[in-house]
Design a protein around this ligand. Structure first.
Ligand code: LLP
Length: 406
């Protein structure tokens, strides 16, 4: 499907996703689990890309969802998700969110603190329901990734320190409206080596075995997400190697395995299409100014992340080194810094690669720009799956105050 065609019909900036790639990523991840007849649930971490059409595609592929808010629960249910394949993570669950999840009969809550456990008990008791829970355990493993996306070290806000986990499990057992069903961990994101996962698994496995010895019925072992993808020259383990390695080491536990992959499913299934507006050269530097930026793809500036840039219609010429920047009034508004860019002229289309995960889902209205449109491609067809915001969308819900005396 030529991106030129989509650009002409939908305009830029625009996120474009491939349904074939999304399906393939899901299948590749799942293949060793199916082949080894391992009981498992893949709960796609929808924070990576929670657009309804993407969720719908994954529901059809058989996916469940890892959610982190009532808003994500709403989206998952809208997309027809099976609530028995929904796990609910996140450190700040609100009473009304817990209530909604209990009403939906989700598979389990991944509890992130002793306080949260007490709150879930209270909410469940008031509703006369029993809440199935796993404790998210923090195994103190350095995932060797960007600090903003490292979650499994003791200094992080996530999970319950593995040294305290047993006591919290004991407390959970004593609560009338809580049922302990699992153990969960998630150590970070964009992890490009197998070792941190294996180190975390070794610790978690010991805990599961100890709990089982003490009579806890641990039915689910949730290994979280975090498998990295190639943005540039990274060589992360293949999804099949990753799942295979976990299957081999957990066979004796008699648990259903849960995985929460986000990026590895969606990241390399999408691009952000943009149009060159200006070429600018000052005495120090060259800039290519495009019609998208940190408001639509914040990863480069927030994590110093690399997103590859490709010309949609390559020109003759060696290209040049420049910053690829957006229109936002911040020096941090860049998509690529000191990058060797392809030869471009005003009006050319560029594709920001690997933008399917944590792209649109982190987009904002900053500087009062509309958020981009989203398009899904299937074979030789494409469909608009989200309209570009209108100016009316941008101000929807805003009011002028009516104060006495004005
Ligand atoms: N499960 C939990 C509990 C998580 O917190 C996350 C991601 C995932 C699963 C999925 O991780 P993945 O498979 O996508 O690595 N905005 C950042 C990434 C933040 C990840 C947050 N948690 C980025 O653009 O790099």
């Amino acid at each position: 499907m030529p991106l030129n065609t989509i650009a002409k019909a939908v305009g830029t900036p625009c996120y474009i996703y491939s349904s074939a790639t999304l399906n393939r990523h899901f299948e590749v991840f799942q293949a060793p689990l199916v082949a080894s007849e391992t009981d498992h649930i893949i709960c796609y971490a929808m924070k990576a890309n929670s657009s309804l059409a993407i969720l719908d595609l994954l529901v059809r592929a058989g996916s469940g969802f890892d959610i982190v808010s009532g808003g994500e629960l709403y989206r998952a249910l809208q997309a027809g998700a099976n609530p028995r394949k929904i796990v609910y993570s996140g450190v700040g669950k609100l009473p009304h969110e817990i209530q909604a999840a209990l009403n939906a009969n989700i598979l389990m809550f991944n509890v992130e603190s002793a306080d949260e456990l007490e709150r879930i008990q209270q909410v469940a008791q008031a509703m006369d329901k029993v809440a199935p829970i796993a404790l998210r355990v923090n195994p103190d493993i350095d995932p060797k990734t960007h600090p903003y996306i490292s979650t499994g070290l003791y200094e992080s806000k996530f999970g319950i320190d593995i040294r305290d986990a047993f006591a919290v499990f004991e407390r959970a057992k004593a609560l009338s409206h809580i049922e302990v069903v699992g153990v969960d961990c998630h150590i970070g994101s964009q992890i490009t080596r197998m070792q941190p996962f294996l180190d975390a698994l070794a610790r978690i496995k010991t805990l599961v075995q100890d709990l089982q010895k003490q009579g806890f019925q641990i039915r689910y072992l949730d290994m979280g997400g975090g498998l990295g993808i190639p943005y540039d020259a990274e060589e992360p383990p293949l999804p099949s190697e990753y799942t295979q390695a976990i299957v081999e080491r957990t066979r004796d536990l008699d648990c259903t395995l849960i995985f929460e992959p986000g990026r590895v499913i969606a990241g390399n299934a999408g691009v952000l299409l943009t149009e060159v507006q200006y070429l600018k050269q000052n005495r120090e530097k060259r800039f290519v100014i495009v019609d998208t930026g940190m408001h639509h793809l914040i990863r480069p500036t927030l994590y110093h992340a690399y997103q590859a840039v490709q010309a949609v219609n390559p020109r003759e010429g060696a290209g040049f080194v420049a910053d690829l920047v957006g229109p936002i009034c911040e020096s941090g508004d860049y998509l690529a810094k000191d990058r060797h860019l392809p030869e471009v002229q005003q009006g050319d289309l560029l594709a920001l690669m690997s933008a399917g995960a944590y792209g649109y889902s982190m987009a904002s209205f900053y500087n009062s720009y509309a958020r981009p449109a989203e398009v899904l491609v299937k074979g030789d067809q494409y469909a608009l799956i989200r309209e570009r915001d209108t100016l009316e969308d941008m101000v929807r819900g805003e009011r002028l105050p009516q104060f006495d005396g004005d």
